[in-house]
Design a protein around this ligand. Structure first.
Ligand code: NAD
Length: 260
């Protein structure tokens, strides 16, 4: 469904973003991947996209906390492939701490990467989408765009912000055949979740098993982690013609978490 189209997925060297990039490449889109990691790992993933799916894949090392780098990434994508038709704002980081101890630089970094970067990518990519009369913007929000948890002030603020940005953009672009939605995963087993376990153990004085079962999966009625492939499948659906009337939506994939 995406041949002759280009998808740019921020934060796609790992986890959910990589699965979305692979899902979109599987539909024939050329892809721009972005994020950090070991150069050899990133090159392996980039080359695999090309060899497995027969598409072109470009890697951008743009830092999603830097507005100029973000504009440069979108410009490079458009110059290389001729367009950015599908924009997935997925880069995100987490930090867990009580508000009164929350490091100022961590607050600024999370708001920049998890929220502001989506504004900057959209600002750069929307003119081209409007000119071509088609676009899909998908933001990876979170169950934390709908509900809160203690000790995640910056993350919850950024994710509630992305939900509002999604609605606003959907309204602005509604007559341009450009849909804007967010996907709100519950707990997905990725490096982001794995890495917050030690800090949660410290903040709540719990063991690793207690954090997994009593904190993370406690919120999720199915008692199972969501898979990255399940998130990617919804992103692919949102790019289809069947989804052309879904816009401004915040779609939870959270095992029932936000039904409570
Ligand atoms: P992850 O750590 O596996 O992936 C994060 C990606 O973002 C990586 O590619 C990383 O290199 C990239 N990244 C980090 N900082 C960056 C920066 N400054 N510039 C560019 N790229 C940067 O995490 P994930 O779990 O796959 O998370 C992806 C998104 O999904 C995030 O927005 C996260 O908030 C959201 N999310 C995750 C879960 C979960 O349970 N894993 C749940 C809800 C929402």
């Amino acid at each position: 469904i995406l041949s002759q189209k280009t998808a740019l997925v921020t934060g796609s060297t790992s986890g959910i973003g990589l699965a979305i990039a692979r899902g979109l490449a599987g539909q024939g889109a050329n892809v721009v991947i972005n994020g950090f990691g070991k150069p050899e790992d990133i090159e392996r993933e980039r080359a695999a996209l090309e060899s497995e799916f027969g598409v072109k894949a470009l890697y951008s090392d743009a830092d999603m906390s830097k507005p100029e780098a973000i504009a440069g990434m979108v410009a490079t994508a458009e110059q290389t492939f001729g367009s950015v038709d599908v924009l997935v704002n997925n880069a995100g980081i987490q930090f867990v701490s009580p508000i009164e101890d929350f490091p100022l630089e961590k607050w600024d970094q999370i708001i920049a990467i998890n929220l502001c970067s989506a504004f900057h990518t959209m600002r750069a990519a929307i003119p081209g989408m409007k000119a071509r009369g088609w676009g899909r913007i998908i933001n990876t929000a979170s169950a934390h765009s709908l509900v809160a948890s203690p000790f995640k002030s910056a993350y919850v603020s950024a994710k509630h912000g992305i939900a509002g940005l999604t609605k606003t953009a959907a309204l602005e672009l509604a007559t341009h055949k450009i849909t804007v939605n967010c996907i709100s995963p519950g707990y997905v087993w990725t490096p982001l979740v794995e890495h917050q376990i030690p800090d949660t153990m410290k903040a709540r004085n719990l063991t690793k098993d207690q954090v997994i079962n009593d904190v993370l999966l406690a919120a999720q009625p199915t008692k199972e982690f969501v898979t990255v492939e399940q998130i990617a499948a919804l992103a692919v659906f949102l790019c289809s013609d069947a989804a052309s009337q879904i816009t401004g939506a915040n779609l939870p994939v959270d095992g029932g978490w936000t039904a409570q």
